[in-house]
Design a protein around this ligand. Structure first.
Ligand SMILES: *Cc1c(COP(=O)(O)O)cnc(C)c1O
Length: 357
């Protein structure tokens, strides 16, 4: 049995996005949010669903000073029969606990958080857009709230779940991206926080993103933090290559790469298709060489937002390579069709990934 979630419904529902209009990512929020508090000695208490609204917080709250903040990202999808799908939501809360452990934030109860997510999504189900590729983005996060300026782990926290209707990532068809290989800054190191979705990881990567944009590239590909030689991942996506017909992706064993749920899903689909999968170190030289010699057939990023994002062009120092003539390849397309098909209820979920709301 789960603790009771107290529900306070809004008396002033907001205008929902109009069907057919563009829905920019992360700007619109539904009518309600889920909140619970943590107090050391008492655990996670007072779970509640309340009207979405700003809240008061002490300016000395530790999250503002020492950055104890972690988040997750997943989506709810409306199926043609009107039912609502979540995609592997337990994986998100398990990963949140890995982030929490690393930042000395208390763990949450995975099953209870999935239950709370379902309840919140159900209350705001009319906020799930139902156009092609549209979904309801779900943002759970935790912040440290002790009003204290000493450096230590906070004794109090707040956990939230926000819902944000979001448009199709590919409103105009799947378009390959141009990627800039970052050779100055690094995102993560062995022993660091790369495997967590902690806020600081994103703050420290903004500078490279800015430089890449200025040079006309959409995303940054990170190299390892020690030798700046091995491929790690893209901004908020893992990266995969099809080389000599095999699926090759960086190993997450060193803890510097975020273990994506989309990454894991692609690997499981590849294996069930009988495709050989290699999770290993892969150097930027190997990628450039495989690109030039034609041994690399495909390259794509994968993550919740886009599902897959084919890479059409890769720039490393003075070398620019074009992959698959700047078009999406058949393996990338297969992963996209399988995952989006399962999410939207159009493809049979033989993996048991979907959780119905
Ligand atoms: C969220 C994220 C990913 C992708 O994870 P998914 O679970 O597939 O959405 C990859 N890399 C980074 C840095 C991320 O923040």
């Amino acid at each position: 049995m789960f603790p009771e979630i107290k529900i306070t419904k809004t008396t002033t529902p907001k205008q929902k996005p109009v069907a057919g209009q563009p829905l920019p990512f992360g700007r619109n929020f539904s009518d309600h949010m889920f909140v619970m508090d943590y107090v050391r000695g008492e655990g996670w208490i007072n779970p509640r669903i309340v009207p979405y609204a700003p809240f008061e917080i002490d300016p000395a709250a530790m999250v503002f000073h020492y950055g104890q903040a972690v988040f997750e990202g997943m989506k709810a999808y409306k199926c043609e029969d009107g039912t609502i799908n979540l995609f592997r939501p337990s994986c998100n809360f398990e990963r949140m606990n890995n982030s929490n452990d690393r930042l000395v934030i208390p763990e949450v109860d995975v099953d209870f958080c999935v239950h709370a997510t379902k309840m919140l999504v159900d209350i705001d189900k009319d906020w799930i857009p139902s156009g092609k590729g549209e979904s309801l983005y779900i943002r759970p996060f935790v912040i440290a709230t002790d009003p204290f300026l000493g450096v230590r782990a906070s004794d109090t926290y707040k956990f939230f779940i926000l819902l944000s209707p979001s448009g199709a990532y590919y409103a105009h068809g799947i378009k390959p991206v141009k990627i800039y290989v970052e050779d100055t800054y690094v995102r993560a190191v062995r022993g660091g926080t790369g495997f967590t979705k902690c806020a600081g990881n994103y703050a420290c990567s903004l500078i490279a993103q800015t430089i890449a944009h200025d040079k006309g590239y959409e995303q940054v590909l990170w190299l390892d933090g020690v030798e700046q030689k091995y491929i790690e991942e893209v901004g908020a996506m893992n990266i995969m290559f099809v080389i000599d017909g095999k699926l090759v992706t960086p190993s997450i064993a060193a803890g510097s790469i975020l273990p994506g749920i989309t990454r894991r899903s692609c690997i499981e689909i590849a294996k069930s298709m009988g495709m050989e999968v290699e999770e290993r170190k892969i150097s930027i030289e190997e990628v450039i060489e495989a690109g030039k010699s034609g041994r690399m057939q495909e390259c794509f990023g994968c993550g919740t937002a886009a599902v897959v994002s084919p890479v059409g062009e890769l720039k490393y120092e003075d070398t620019v390579i074009t992959i698959n003539n700047g078009e999406i390849g058949p393996i990338t397309q297969k992963f996209y069709d399988t995952i989006t098909g399962i999410q939207s209820g159009k493809v049979e979920d033989t993996y048991n990934w979907v959780v119905k709301v």
